[in-house]
Design a protein around this ligand. Structure first.
Ligand SMILES: [Zn+2]
Length: 224
């Protein structure tokens, strides 16, 4: 037996389908974790249940006591994280109105910095179209700027979105640093070398993934 329907509904409602650890809104990509393992006598109760996203669930569940690396989450800690988070949801924290002034101001600047460039990236087929060299410079500047600690957000959701965006931009800019993918043509534009074939396939599928992720992230920004 797993958690009863009542427990599942209560837990998913209490967290509004956000992961209790990373605090992302994950909708259906959510799982209910037994804080105390069933094999160790953990119950199927609301108190022993914490809703987690797939990533955090894997992280919490994969800790190997035989080969300890890092610090595992204790049962007490997981309960505290969950209770604090339920409280936060209850207080309406996950609403953008609660962004503090400093976050709010920073977020406007962040949007101005990234929205145009992300839209440009989404529209570019890097394996087939030339694009401006300027884009690669802008990318590095944005990544450098928003990786800085002083440019982090207090609001965890916004901070996570920002980190995801910076990560995707960084993945993309890695291709521009390596000279073996692109060469310069007239008008200060770059175009893919078109060989060897493995690289073409790699670049095509990788940049497609990046563009898809950025598209999703852009939708998240738009919600705010
Ligand atoms: Zn998570």
């Amino acid at each position: 037996m797993g958690f009863s329907k009542e427990v599942i509904v209560s837990a998913l409602t209490a967290c509004k389908r956000h992961c209790c650890i990373c605090e992302r809104s994950v909708k259906t990509k959510i799982e209910l974790h037994h804080i105390k393992q069933k094999s160790k006598g953990g119950k199927d109760s609301f108190d022993n249940c914490i809703p987690l996203c797939f990533d955090c669930h894997a992280e919490v569940g994969s800790y190997n006591n035989e080969h300890p690396k890092g610090n595992k989450y204790s049962e007490k800690e997981l309960k505290k994280i969950r209770d604090d988070f339920y409280q936060k949801i209850d207080n309406g924290f996950m609403n953008i109105d609660t962004l503090n002034d400093s976050d709010n101001e920073k977020f406007q600047i962040f949007k101005e910095d990234v929205i145009d460039i992300i839209e440009g990236i989404i529209d570019t087929d890097f394996a087939a179209q030339p694009f401006s060299l300027e884009l690669t410079n802008e990318l590095s500047l944005i990544v450098e700027k928003w990786k800085k600690r002083k440019n982090s957000f207090d609001n965890k959701i916004i901070e996570n979105i920002k980190n995801d965006i910076v990560h995707q931009l960084q993945c993309l800019s890695r291709y521009f640093i390596l000279n073996d993918y692109f060469h310069l043509i007239s008008g200060d534009r770059l175009i893919f070398n078109n060989y060897p074939l493995e690289k073409l396939e790699e670049l095509r599928s990788d940049t497609l993934d990046i563009r898809r992720s950025l598209n999703n992230l852009l939708e998240k920004i738009d919600m705010y």
